[in-house]
Design a protein around this ligand. Structure first.
Ligand code: PEP
Length: 249
C-alpha cells in the first residue's frame, strides 16, 4: 500500500465549475508513497472519472445505501457508485451519524454493501466533545469500530478515519498527543480484530490544513488525512499533499 492516503471530502459542495479544481490537483506530481483521493458529490463522479482518466487521483463517494437496489427513493447504491468510477466510499461520517441518526448497525451494513461492490470502505469513527470531556473517547471510538466492522471481514479494502466530531470544520484540530493516543488505540483494536501485522491505513480528520498537515503526518500511526474544507480548493489541498514526508530510500 502507499504509506499515505490523502482523501478530500467535498461534502455537498461543487458544481461543474469546480471540476477544474480536481483537474489542478491531478496535474500535481504525486510522490510514490502517497495516494490521493477526491470524494465529490455523487453527481460529479461520471464527469470526474472521464476528466481524471489516466491521472494518479482516485475517486470516492461520500455515502452508500446498504442495499444494492430497490425502492429507496433518493438513495444511491454501492454498485451505482462503482459503475460511476468510485473505488472508495466513506461510511459513518459523523455528519450522517448526527443528521440522519445513522447507527453503528447501519454503518456496518453499508460497509458490507461497499465490499460487495468491490469498493474500499473508509470507516469514520470519532467522539463528541462531551464524550471526550467525560473520559469516554476510547470507549465510544472502540465501540464504533467493533460494532461497524463485520465479524467475518478481512482487513482488505478497509481504511479507518479517526475524526473527533469537535474538530470537524471548527478550525480546531486535535493535539498531537490526542491523535497519537487514539491512533495507537485504534491500531491495537484493529490488530485484535484482524490479527497482528495487518496494515490498515488510519487517517486523521478534523481541520487538517496546509499549516498543520506536516506535523500531523509525523505522528506515529497516522497514515494520511481525511480533509473537508481544505480539499475544496486545489491550492489548499496540494499544500496538504506536499506535506507528506519524503519516502525513506
Ligand atoms: C470531514 O468532514 O471529514 C472533515 C475532516 O472536515 P474538515 O477538514 O473541514 O474539518
Amino acid at each position: 500500500m502507499a504509506e499515505y492516503l490523502i482523501a478530500g471530502n467535498w461534502k455537498m459542495n461543487g458544481l461543474r465549475a469546480e471540476l477544474a479544481e480536481a483537474e489542478r490537483t491531478a496535474a500535481e506530481e504525486i510522490a510514490d508513497n502517497c495516494r490521493v483521493l477526491i470524494c465529490p458529490p455523487a453527481v460529479l463522479l461520471p464527469q470526474m472519472t472521464a476528466l481524471l482518466d489516466g491521472s494518479m487521483v482516485r475517486l470516492g463517494a461520500q455515502d452508500c445505501h446498504p442495499e444494492d437496489s430497490g425502492a429507496f427513493t433518493g438513495d444511491i447504491s454501492a454498485p451505482m457508485l462503482a459503475e460511476s468510477g468510485a473505488s472508495y466510499v466513506i461510511v459513518g461520517h459523523s455528519e450522517r451519524r448526527l443528521s440522519y441518526r445513522e447507527s453503528n448497525n447501519l454503518v456496518r451494513r453499508k460497509m458490507q454493501a461497499a465490499w460487495r461492490a468491490g469498493l474500499t470502505a473508509i470507516l469514520c469513527v470519532g467522539e463528541t466533545e462531551t464524550e471526550r470531556n467525560s473520559g469516554h473517547a476510547h470507549a465510544v471510538v472502540g465501540q464504533q469500530f467493533a460494532e461497524c466492522t463485520p465479524e467475518d471481514s478481512t482487513a482488505d479494502k478497509l481504511v479507518i478515519a479517526y475524526e473527533p466530531v469537535w474538530a470537524i470544520g471548527t478550525g480546531r484540530s486535535a493535539s498531537g498527543e490526542e491523535i497519537a493516543d487514539m491512533h495507537g488505540f485504534l491500531r491495537e483494536e484493529a490488530s485484535r480484530h484482524f490479527g497482528p501485522g495487518q496494515e490498515i491505513p488510519i487517517l486523521y480528520g478534523g481541520s487538517v490544513k496546509g499549516d498543520n498537515a506536516a506535523e500531523i503526518f509525523s505522528i506515529a500511526d497516522v497514515n494520511g488525512a481525511l480533509v473537508g474544507g481544505a480539499s475544496l480548493r486545489a491550492a489548499d489541498f496540494i499544500r496538504i499533499i506536499r506535506s507528506v514526508p519524503v519516502a525513506q530510500a
